[in-house]
Design a protein around this ligand. Sequence first.
Ligand code: BGC
Ligand code: NOJ
Length: 812
Amino acid sequence: MRFGYFDDANREYVITRPDTPLPWINYLGMQNYFSLVSNTAGGYAFYQDARLRRITRYRYNNVPLDMGGRYLYLRDQANGEFWSPTWMPTRHNAEDYTCRHGLGYSLIGSAYRGIRADVRFFVPLDASLEIWDLAVENLSDTPRSLSLFSSVEFCLWDALDDATNFQRNLNIGEVEVEGSVIYHKTEYRERRDHFAYFACSEPLEGFETQREAFLGPYRGWENPQAVESDHTAHSLGVGWSPVGVHHLRLNLAPGSKQRVIFLLGYHENPLDDKFSPPDSQTIHKGTVTPIIKKYLDPVHVDQAFDALRAAWDDLLGVLQVGSPNEHVDRMVNIWNAYQCMVTFNLSRSASYFESGIGRGMGFRDSNQDLLGFVQMVPERARQRLLDLAATQLENGGAYHQYQPLTKRGNDAVGSNFNDDPAWLVLGAAAYLKETGDWDILEEPVPYENQPGTEAPLLEHLQRCIQYTLDRLGPHGLPLIGRADWNDCLNLNTFSDQPGESFQTTTNRDGKVAESVVIAALFIMAAKELSAINVHLGLADESDRLNHLAAGMTETVWEHGWDGDWFLRAYDHFGDVVGSKTCTEGKIFIEPQGLCAMAGVGIEEGLAGRALKAVENYLATEHGILLLQPAFKQYYLHLGEISSYPPGYKENASVFCHTNPWVMIAEAILGDGDRALDYYLRINPSQREEISDLHRCEPYVYAQTIAGTDSTSFGEAKNSWLTGTAAWNYVAITQWILGIRPEFDGLRVEPVLPHGWDGFQATRKFRGATYEIQVVRQGKGNALSLSVDGEPIKGTLIPAPTADKVAVKAVIG
Ligand code: BGC
Ligand code: NOJ
């Protein structure tokens, strides 16, 4: 069952009923100001950092689930009836409800008793504010007199403190109102230099800034007293809970339409110029007034919206494909790329499953996310890499997370996730392959953000490799530390205390437990760095790294192969994890995909055997399970992985992030049918028709789909902020469609299913536009390429001499 449809021409998902199985959300903002907006206008906004600069309040795990956001109310003055055009919070019988989630904007509207109201939410490209562009239309044949109310609830900036420290917080709220602008200035009197504002384009009938004055005691957002009574008391919110509510009157002739613009924004003043007059406590508004004026002007609003659309045209224009499969095209051309940009902006911080107060920017996460967005925003990817490298420790290890506002490593979580460093090499390699910007390797970058410790980025990458070499276990495999890619395989934790963090508690010395996954990542990273050194003319270093990769490959053969698949790890006692000798958790997905990607056992045919085992034991109609059999009890020596009920999260769900590794491995082994089949099983668009089972948004990937051992097989959870986005993008675009940036140019090497007669694509790469035509003529994967009509040897296209390159690939 569906709850809407894809409008590909407009690049929108159109939700046609408000009661989706879960809130289906969208993200607004690309630079500093970000908003989450659900299909019924729920959600919140923040500036740069979802924890430290929260602009509006949102209550997670609320009942009803998605209550609180950007609510508008219309009131019919003739009979006192009131409703919200976005359905929530009044949940009246909305007619013709639609929510169009587009790229960086959402348009939500409905009709009720002859009044149509549509509101377009978006964040302009270069401004720290969101626009609510409302159009109210009288569809009836009588004049209508309406009251309109807007509402937001301000957050007192630090979202964690806001939700916990009430003895202080209920005393500190402060606002100002001037004309149609409500200013939220809690703590501005002391150390803050920022405030929020909520502006309206029209003169006001009234306003409220104190929540209880608006809602009335013992009432909720669904029936505010001020709306019911059509009376606003001009409350000034000192202490308690500051809100922003505008009250205005609309008189609409039959068929007429009125536009009202609201702005919710964030602004900073210089510390020495906060007040005007300077000796007062009144916000100096001179710096923000021009911004407010500009965006309350409908002409500017339309221009800003057009600019946003144009920016997305450019971003998505980097790669557009036309294939025989609409789910491939839709995800590659629109939604998967879009989700990759959202993970770039948000990492794992703020979604409807991530509260914005838990995790900042993940080190391994951000490096992987980069694989999915580097082609769209190479300059920003460059900065991201340098920021990540600057949190690296001198021993080559990495802070597992950092806060976006400060860009400092997060001490509470610390380091010792032993896979982290390898990802920096893989991220840097991806950046170099896309851009050819070799200069970045010379860029001076500090360790742990300490001035004076700067070293070229290249040295950081070398230390990443050394970090693993300095931490090898009894079998010569890398020690796992707190965890590897799988944060929940905690082999040194041994936690028997409820509430202890599985990832940061360490009760064993960590000198025994080893990871085959880190071994595979190490091989990949060492090979990449070796190739980078070839480019730099450092042949000896390149050989050394290749040698290290070969050595680790042998170790994996000797100690990481279980007979039919790759082992997962050795635990603290030196016993195998992910082996047929185990009673539970006999086979894990990660090493099967990653070892093949690292080139382990390709020629020998053993990688193929491992993939066969994946097919036999892990593949399901809803995707490939992380492990089998699921852990049915808690194992002290395995940690969080066994804390989840069977079939959920790391304990044997379809952990979507890992599936593309198998797709890539299948493509490397030349099986385009199976690669695409796996791809489609978790492709959100393909799953749209089972939205009632899948439940999450059909336009973006979720982190997990409940596995066969669960009670809800096929149900997705944790949508949006997941490495699934980047890796699926890489699998489909670089390995199945085979358009792959490499250090020396663009490779075109598709591995297609037999049923496809080809595809075409446009790819912008290092300043040139490649028009790629792929035609299947026979059954196999053999390829002959011609570039601008001339046949070339192999599949790597040499550096172009012109802006446009025509590539034809004949396959089969
Ligand atoms: C989750 C993991 C996540 C980890 C991050 C765990 O509870 O299951 O997916 O990586 O937390 O800290
Ligand atoms: C989600 C985390 O963000 C990611 O870093 C980790 O690799 C996966 N969970 C698997 O545990």
